[in-house]
Design a protein around this ligand. Structure first.
Ligand SMILES: Nc1ncnc2c1ncn2[C@@H]1O[C@H](COP(=O)(O)OP(=O)(O)O)[C@@H](O)[C@H]1O
Ligand SMILES: [Mg+2]
Length: 272
């Protein structure tokens, strides 16, 4: 993505994210007004009118929300500007949950306590923006950044809804994250989009982080067989089997002790 030379922001050359609609690059301030590095999200060139409308809505939403778990905006374009962008705080060392889950070690895996700590932060953030009548609609593993102290920053209000506004075409254009997005948020779906839609996605995120698995499609038909497999997986991931194995080893230990006693009695008999 090329940043206009007339802007007060200059790319460091590092791309932080690249999607079909927009790119996120690391930038610094040219005027000395802001020190340090920031993240600039810019809409790709030649996008349809709806993409511009959505981008303007994204800026409007992030501007309204002030919360420690939600990314803060520093600067943005005007609605009529050709290059649409906004600049946000750069979350140093932050990794998206998607990145964490695809790595070799997912610290949330089989760790319900840690997973719930993240879930609670997410629910608090949802509650905060719902007070401004905003629905994020696209909470997914890629849109939650985790910092080194385990706190989170929710990003990407790209398809949010503000104050019961229009429902916009989503899936048709390939925006939004399938399986994590609530069914009522999908293109052409009926049903009211509300805080419940964001809570639905938060629940799927919780499932994914604790199991290290991607969320299932909404319409997946569960057979008895895969239901029991899923149940088994949940138990396994939650560490229930560890407790079971521990009980088992206590039993084995008792048998060992008994055997040992028998052996020593026999030893006594034969050696007397
Ligand atoms: N403020 C930020 N600090 C660090 N990385 C970021 C920041 N904002 C976005 N990113 C990175 O860029 C990726 C894409 O950003 P996002 O806003 O979700 O764009 P898209 O609309 O293309 O999904 C994120 O998953 C994250 O890895
Ligand atoms: Mg995103």
């Amino acid at each position: 993505m090329k940043i206009l030379s007339s802007l007060k922001w200059k790319s460091t050359g590092k791309t932080l994210g690249q999607g079909g609609q927009a790119s996120v690059v690391e930038v610094t301030n040219e005027t000395g007004e802001f020190s340090g590095t920031f993240a600039l999200k810019g809409l790709a060139k030649g996008k349809p009118k709806q993409a511009y409308e959505r981008f303007a809505r994204e800026i409007e939403a992030i501007k309204q929300i002030r919360h420690s778990s939600i990314i803060q905006i520093i600067d943005h374009s005007n609605p009529t500007d050709e290059f649409q962008f906004y600049v946000m705080e750069f979350v140093e060392g932050a990794k998206s949950l998607k990145h964490i889950l695809s790595g070799s070690k997912n610290p949330y895996y089989a760790n319900p306590q840690k997973s719930l700590q993240l879930f609670i932060q997410l629910v608090e953030a949802i509650y905060n923006w719902s007070e401004s009548n905003i629905v994020h609609r696209d909470l997914s593993l890629g849109n939650v950044l985790v910092l080194s102290d385990d706190s989170i920053k929710v990003i990407d209000f790209g398809i949010c809804q503000i104050d019961g506004g229009d429902t916009i075409t989503l899936i048709d254009e390939g925006v939004g994250t399938p399986n994590y997005m609530a069914p009522e948020c999908e293109s052409g779906a009926l049903g009211e989009v509300s805080i419940a839609s964001d809570l639905y996605s938060a629940g799927k995120i919780l499932w994914s982080i604790v199991t290290s698995m991607n969320a299932f499609p909404v319409n997946l038909q569960y057979s008895d067989k895969n239901q029991s497999q899923i149940f088994y997986l949940i138990l396994q991931r939650l560490g229930i089997f560890n407790i079971f194995l521990r009980k088992l080893s206590v039993r084995t230990l008792k048998i060992d002790v008994k055997m040992q006693r028998k052996r020593s009695i026999l030893h006594d008999v034969f050696n007397s």
